[in-house]
Design a binder for this molecule. Sequence first.
Ligand SMILES: Nc1nc2c(c(=O)[nH]1)N[C@H]1C(S)=C(S)[C@@H](COP(=O)(O)OP(=O)(O)OC[C@H]3O[C@@H](n4cnc5c(=O)[nH]c(N)nc54)[C@H](O)[C@@H]3O)O[C@H]1N2
Ligand SMILES: Nc1nc2c(c(=O)[nH]1)N[C@H]1C(S)=C(S)[C@@H](COP(=O)(O)OP(=O)(O)OC[C@H]3O[C@@H](n4cnc5c(=O)[nH]c(N)nc54)[C@H](O)[C@@H]3O)O[C@H]1N2
Ligand SMILES: [Mo]
Length: 826
Amino acid sequence: MSKYQQQALKMSRRRFLTGATALAAAPLLAGLWPKSALAQAISQALPQFVVLRQAQKGILTGAHWGAFEAIVQDGKMVGVQPVKDDPYPNELITMAPYQVHAENRIKYPMVRKSWLEGGPGSRTELRGRDEWVRVSWDKAIDLVCGEITRLQKDHGPQSIYAGSYGWKSVGMLHNSRTLLQRLMNLTGGFLGYAGDYSTGAAQVIMSHVVGSMEVYEQQTAWPNVIENSQLVVLWGCNPMITLKNSWNVPDHYGQTGFEALKKKGTRVISIDPVHNDSAKFVDAQWIAPRPYTDGAMLIGIAHTLLTEKLHNPDFLKTYTAGFDKFQAYLLGETDGTPKTAEWAADVCGVDADVLRQLARDMAKNRTMIMGGWGIQRQHHGEQQHWLLVTVAAMLGQIGLPGGGFGFSYHYSSGGSPTAKGGIISGISAGNAPKNSPAPIPVARIAECLTNPGKTINFNGAQVTYPEVKMVYVAGGNTFHQHQDTNNLVKAWQRPDTIVVNEPYWTATAKHADIVLPATTSYERNDLEMGGDYSQLYVFPMHQCVAPQHESRSDFDIFAAMAAKLGVQDAFTEGKDETQWLKGMYDDMKTQARAARVALPPFDMFWESNNYVRFPVPEANTQWVRFADYRENPLLNPLGTPSGKIEIYSDAIAKMKYQDCPGIPTWMPPHEWYRGPEAVKYPLSLNTAHPINRLHSQLDNTPLRKKYAVADREAIVIHPQDAQSRGIANGDLVRAFNDRGQILVGAVVSEDVRPGVVRISEGAWFDPADPSQPGSLCKNGNVNCLTFDVGSSSLAQGNCGQMAQLQIEKYQGEVLKNTAHDVPAGA
Ligand SMILES: Nc1nc2c(c(=O)[nH]1)N[C@H]1C(S)=C(S)[C@@H](COP(=O)(O)OP(=O)(O)OC[C@H]3O[C@@H](n4cnc5c(=O)[nH]c(N)nc54)[C@H](O)[C@@H]3O)O[C@H]1N2
Ligand SMILES: Nc1nc2c(c(=O)[nH]1)N[C@H]1C(S)=C(S)[C@@H](COP(=O)(O)OP(=O)(O)OC[C@H]3O[C@@H](n4cnc5c(=O)[nH]c(N)nc54)[C@H](O)[C@@H]3O)O[C@H]1N2
Ligand SMILES: [Mo]
């Protein structure tokens, strides 16, 4: 056994740090911090080193839902408390003890029986219903490494899909996806992905229109918005919910921004088929378009701005390219149809007068348009954000205080002013070997598995799907994230081997061949930034409890594979967990020193249970996005071919895509209320992100009691649609279309527009009969109903936010929800 393996084993067995901070380990587990008096003294000298001042002392750690202290008794996590300066503590943190001690933890390495007996590719139709066999870690590592070696030798790196999209847990070292790719890069390469599920369409179109992805850029700072915006338009945007969680540990600053808007009485309009929680929170005017018709609605508003001369021709001339072509389209010069407010009203179901008034109000006031992302997780989803930018450009307020548009106010607290200090950079995936294949668009995975050799368009290039023989998932939940689950079930039978590292028996784990039990982030030590955009905090993530059952961290799992495959030194760089964390901290500390922020040495930081809060320079609180461009467009051009905002993109026009022309255009989507499918399936689906989960994460916790109806995912139905079908509050409902059927619990409410039903994404897939693709999902996984088509040839983003469907009161036999059960034999 290698030195590292020994060390890794020792670490997991002894359940605490080795090396420099060994002394800290015992009090760490006991939840006592003997050095806190010293830390307090140091904190006074170093103001950025924040001492926790709480009545009960816990172990400081963090999650996508916030930083908190874990209360641990007798080796069990029994409670949590938020850190004091979290302005909006998130209830989701209270679920940490249930995450650790969940009944459906994967306890041991497990292998699907037919695979174990017959080898790769055996009885793949049994995935999801075969028996499971417990194996030792050594055996499991041997099996996986054997497959990697075989496939690299016989089929090359394109046969191993290790993109492994997903939200994993926070932590810059124990980043399961990066660690997987680090191993794969060291052993011959792998097939990866491009884009993401969050902003698949928007990030590609925005790079053509404003020269950056835009969706992940810092926004005009909140204090500036609060001071200057007179009108805020939430377009398909529900920040009070989506700000609860972020990619790093959230700073929850965004919610304070909306609170300030509310207090000031700033006018807010919410455009959403659902009367969402944010609209209610700020008392917004609610305008409810038909789902998936925002493109037409925006075009109608643009027409009003133009014909009522409410637009800003000077801004358009100086800062944008190609408005003349869009103007011709608006006026109907190209197709004979003027895109009047009446034309738009007919499509989107909002009165023409309301559209005209909206245009006038936006022109009259300093207006900030905050665009969410649900509107681009749609067929032709590229158009929505392109049109939001176009309308904002016509208003001419881009780059002015409190004006323009922002596409990240609802995500990870965009607009939380940027602090000055250092950044923790995580472990890297390393360099891809020269023969690594080109990535596939992330949301085309099922099509890729089913159609090796097929070529598709993608942002001006072509991608040919390789033949994938192995899928490795670490830190994602494919059976939740991907559209048309029943199609995925079939596609998932194609590869020879599927390996999943997971803490829980998710549907993805249940559909694998080899399942490796991963620790939760509370069972290992790590570091993470707080505030994705603000970079305000550095949080230690102290191990709270021992690894449960036989679980191992992804780092240890991949390090063991690296040892087996002969690349151990390159993988670990000879460092253990503590040494990695110290290295990351020291790099960050060096940056901080350059920014004149003094920090204590790592050991003291780590032992003290404190965290770092960086100072925010005054100027950053008034930062305005695109101000530099507005100030001097020649010196600060955008990253587009013209250097300007491209209302017409020559680059896109030259691609000659039917489904994404050179100007933003209304094109009816693949399914909608006017399509032929609407005869059979008259209701339009809305699949927003869940209030009390992060996607599928935490579906297996008691928080479920807050939202589950009749023990299923909820469906919000308008009273008219419910009554006409004899459905009452609390009833079990079957929601279905040609792709699938799910069992959901009725919430009858006027919070949805008639003709619209809402089912949040993230309920674990639980087919009543796993041998029959299309059988009833007993827990209500909404992706059984969505379709698996790319947004367009340009971005190939997913269309998770749309589908036509029908519902009926469920009359069948009572079915037990088994989504969170462990499979037989596990
Ligand atoms: N219909 C529809 N579908 C959607 C969406 C939608 O709006 N509508 N939204 C899409 C979007 S934006 C996204 S981002 C995706 C999200 O899709 P995912 O990112 O796949 O969703 P999560 O539920 O966060 O899955 C993360 C998984 O990682 C596991 N995990 C956590 N920590 C660790 C760890 O340390 N190690 C390992 N090995 N595993 C770990 C968790 O248990 C969980 O199963 O879903 C997409 N799907
Ligand atoms: N609590 C919580 N927070 C999260 C997440 C989570 O799972 N739970 N996930 C995180 C992730 S990965 C992401 S990508 C972001 C997602 O952020 P978003 O994509 O912005 O969130 P969604 O809830 O999908 O959609 C936002 C709003 O768009 C509306 N909408 C949907 N379709 C239409 C339409 O056709 N027209 C209009 N006008 N509005 C429409 C929905 O009703 C919803 O209120 O959230 C992040 N934050
Ligand atoms: Mo996302």
